[in-house]
Design a binder for this molecule. Structure first.
Ligand code: PGA
Length: 265
């Protein structure tokens, strides 16, 4: 079992459920291998796709442990340049060679903790596609922006700017993640209703970018305090194609429960 690959790209079927675990700066390569060995039998037969965004030094070991299984491994960040004198940075080609199939881009912790701008994120999205990595573009408003009634303005800007220069035909290689900043790592997940409203808006903006028909097939994942208990309510919503899970993905049993509970209607 595995994923259909078109050239070097993994192709997702329209609207199939996807769970991405974001390990952030946790787990060594050795820990990753035993996690993945434990995970595979726990999710056997489940149709939901499982992706793990792991630390750079873990990608190679993790992708070997996941080989032949339905689990895909990816990175949490990259630089926008193909190569160059950028001390401490990492390029898409290096991630691909290490075994990554996708990369998180513009995660809130990068935007707010490391000053990443929409422009920088956009250049990374284009680079990822050029070098055969699926970009998972992360967008989301802060608590203040929501209180000020600016949620839609912020989401539109992050999506439109982030996807600038991406050809319409490449829309099927893009994943969008809506992660309200106020919900990340706070234990305070958005309700299914709030998340669905934001996802419907994101899909509308994707329609303006790629055309309505193509926008209907772009996976939009919800992230922010997802747990085994709240995932099903979220996944039942029309425009929620899956979830991006941080803290709760560190336990293999919990991630497996989330995968099994991430079901549509
Ligand atoms: P959380 O993180 O699930 O711990 O809230 C989500 C994320 O950062 O992607």
């Amino acid at each position: 079992m595995g994923y259909p690959k078109e050239k070097n790209f993994v192709v997702f079927m329209p609207r199939e459920k996807i769970v991405i675990g974001n390990w952030k700066m946790y787990k060594t390569a050795r820990e990753a291998a035993s996690y993945i060995e434990e995970l595979i039998p726990l999710i056997e037969g489940c149709k939901t796709k499982v992706l793990l965004a792991v630390p750079f030094t873990t990608i190679s070991t993790a992708s070997k442990a996941a080989k032949g299984s339905p689990v895909l491994v990816g990175a949490q960040n990259m630089n926008d340049a193909r190569e160059g004198a950028f001390t401490g940075e990492i390029a898409a080609l290096m991630l691909k060679e290490a075994g990554a199939d996708f990369v998180l881009l513009g995660h809130s912790e990068r935007r707010h903790g490391f000053g990443e701008t929409n422009d920088f994120v956009q250049r990374k999205v284009v680079r990822a596609l050029q070098d055969d990595l699926i970009p998972v573009l992360c967008v989301g408003e802060t608590a203040d922006e929501r209180e000020e009634g600016r949620t839609e303005e912020v989401l539109r800007e992050q999506i439109e700017m982030g996807l600038e220069g991406v050809p319409k035909e490449e829309s099927e290689k893009v994943i969008l993640a809506y992660e309200p900043v106020w919900a990340i790592g706070t234990g305070k997940s958005a309700t299914a209703k709030i998340a669905q409203e934001a996802h419907a808006f994101c899909r509308k903006v994707l329609g303006d970018v790629f055309g309505k028909k193509k926008a209907a097939t772009v996976p939009i994942l919800y992230g922010g305090s997802v747990k085994a208990e709240n995932v099903n309510g979220l996944a039942l919503e029309k425009d929620i194609d899956g979830v991006l899970v941080g803290g709760a993905s560190l336990s293999v049993e919990t991630l497996a429960k989330i995968v099994l509970n991430c079901k549509g209607k």
